[in-house]
Ligand binder design. Structure first.
Ligand SMILES: Nc1ncnc2c1ncn2[C@@H]1O[C@H](COP(=O)(O)OP(=O)(O)OP(=O)(O)O)[C@@H](O)[C@H]1O
Length: 523
């Protein structure tokens, strides 16, 4: 795919006067004392791509879990073709043509790609699908979604996060849904796969499939949304046609206030990072055999982005900075430099790492919110071998305010939080460890538009106080808004560096595809 193809507009959209495939009215749902949905309603036309937006915890996932037969509403009705539908189980929802892909990547790690794609379909397609046809259809679907589809016999655990998520989406598409629900399912996808998915979904919508798209990314909604329904505190507050929305209006509806999008964090910082001392140094590191060695230094108080198409080395590079592979990376301070030996050593030297895949790498679902938060600071909150939860709790309270984390009681299970709020707890965990260098692996996945600004502002403030931030992000706008400079990776090499004064979506995407905007960094 070329840059031009990435920027080309999708094809014509289907008529807005298409029949309703689904109509939900007056839905309410509580979990114990938490009211997740108060009064939610929603209608979906055949062939439309309908975006559902709202702040973290506003009830989007609860609404789609009701439509998917996972939760049962306390009140309200769902109709199809004027008749009430009882969606008792996920299987009933699927039998009604409603197929959902959730935010967390749900795959069976030790099974093949092919088995994962057809998982649970034996009763879905009553007659069963013969092996040859399974392979062919799986291959076709993956080839449309991925430029380099994995082998059908590859094991799921060997795939990158983005490819695993693509397999989850392919599994849904192979069922030929009437209604496809993507619940933040695009957030783990790399740039290229997301573009391919949007083309595929637009094509299928043109053939009559209705799509519900939950995303925190306005660019995605602008790109393919036909209508948008905004949720606030468990209520659906408005549905807008494409011609009637702009971002400020959507944010206003989401927050219920004249809460305009905040200006960039970078402008608020005072320190000039280029005059600060080096704190982390990478020397002659190769991301793959035969690739050019990388030499780069990070300074106190700067925010550096890592970018590139998925799988081009930026993920591996970030992990190297956390001591995953010994050799070549040193922590530098006034006393000299120390080579990192392993992640534990890196942590001891003040380097914290926030992992990308919340589900498998960061969250401990059997633990409470407080326990999940306190993991990195237990030693700090202990005296003479005795741990004081009260200390952790007061620290959590500080971050709850700064990052606007919506939670009930700190002792509640972490799984009672919405996805975005879980992610904020993990970020707070590592900020609380008070690192000198913070490594973030795509941290704003699943975080709503205002909460992102809260995080940017906090990172900007902390950088102003001397924290060095290195952040891998799959969001082009995030780089443009936040970073002092961005390192772009291509084919396991550091391809170029773009400083903030040259950063724009065009220069960055151009660099992904091999266009340089500045001199080579090693010139
Ligand atoms: N199983 C559960 N038990 C208790 N509370 C829950 C449960 N599921 C959701 N909630 C609560 O219901 C509210 C709505 O959550 P929901 O996941 O629907 O929000 P969301 O809009 O999808 O958020 P996000 O954008 O962060 O994914 C939140 O306050 C959440 O904590």
């Amino acid at each position: 795919m070329t840059v031009a193809e990435f920027h080309s507009a999708p094809g014509p959209r289907p008529s807005a006067a298409a029949p309703l495939v689904l109509h939900a009215r007056n839905l309410a749902k509580s979990f114990g004392p938490t009211v997740a949905l108060r009064e939610a309603g929603f209608e979906l036309r055949a062939g439309e791509i309908h975006a559902l937006v709202g702040e973290n915890g506003s009830g989007k996932s609860t609404l789609v879990k009701i439509l998917s037969g996972v939760h049962h509403p306390d009140r309200g009705v769902i109709e199809a073709g004027g008749r009430p539908m009882v969606l008792a189980t996920p299987r009933t929802a699927q039998a009604n043509g409603i197929v959902t892909v959730f935010q967390e990547v749900l795959v069976i790690e030790n099974q093949s790609v092919l088995d994962n794609l057809w998982l649970g379909t034996d009763r879905f397609f009553r007659a069963g699908v013969p092996e040859k046809q399974r392979r062919q259809r799986a291959q076709e679907c993956l080839s449309e979604l991925l430029e380099h589809p994995p082998a059908l016999d590859a094991r799921m655990e060997d795939l990158e996060l983005s490819d695993r998520q693509a397999c989850g989406i392919a599994r849904a598409l192979l069922r030929g849904p009437r209604v496809l629900i993507l619940d933040e399912a695009t957030s783990a996808l790399d740039f290229e796969t997301r573009t391919r998915l949007f083309r595929m979904v637009t094509r299928l919508a043109g053939e009559g499939m209705a799509v519900v798209l939950i995303t925190h990314r306005m660019d995605e909604i602008d790109e393919i949304g036909d209508r948008i329904t905004v949720m606030r505190s468990g209520e659906t507050v408005a549905t807008l046609e494409k011609s009637a929305w702009d971002q400020q209006e959507i944010v206003r509806l989401m927050t219920g206030a004249e809460h305009l999008i905040q200006p960039v964090a970078r402008a608020r910082r005072t320190a000039d990072p280029e005059r600060q001392p080096v704190v982390l140094k990478v020397e002659d590191v190769r991301l793959a055999p035969e690739r050019a060695p990388i030499n780069v230094a990070f300074r106190k108080g700067e925010i550096v982005g890592l970018a590139g198409l998925e799988g081009h080395g930026q993920d591996r590079f970030l992990k190297l900075l956390h001591g995953r592979h010994p050799g070549g990376v040193s922590r530098v301070d006034g006393n000299g430099s120390v080579a990192l030996k392993n992640p534990g050593h890196a942590q001891d030297l003040g380097i914290s790492y926030v992992a990308r895949d919340r589900r498998s790498e960061s969250i401990f679902p059997w633990m409470s919110i407080l326990e999940n938060f306190a993991l990195a600071t237990i030693a700090k909150d202990s005296a003479r071998g005795r741990y004081s939860p009260a200390k952790s709790e007061s620290r959590l309270a500080k971050f709850t305010g700064q990052l606007n984390i919506k939670l009930g009681r700190p002792s509640d299970a972490i799984t009672t939080l919405s996805g975005g709020n879980q992610q904020k707890v993990i970020i707070a965990r590592w900020l609380a460890a008070d690192p000198s260098i913070l490594l973030l692996n795509d941290p704003t996945r699943g975080i709503d538009v205002n909460a992102k600004r809260d995080l940017y502002r906090l990172l900007g403030e902390l950088a102003g106080q001397g924290l060095t931030v290195v952040m891998l992000s799959t969001e082009v706008d995030e780089h443009v808004e936040l970073m002092d400079r961005v390192l772009v990776f291509r084919e396991n090499e550091l391809f170029t560096e773009i400083r903030s004064d040259r950063l724009s979506p065009e220069t960055l995407v151009g660099a992904f595809f091999g266009a340089k905007v500045e001199e080579d960094i090693d010139n």
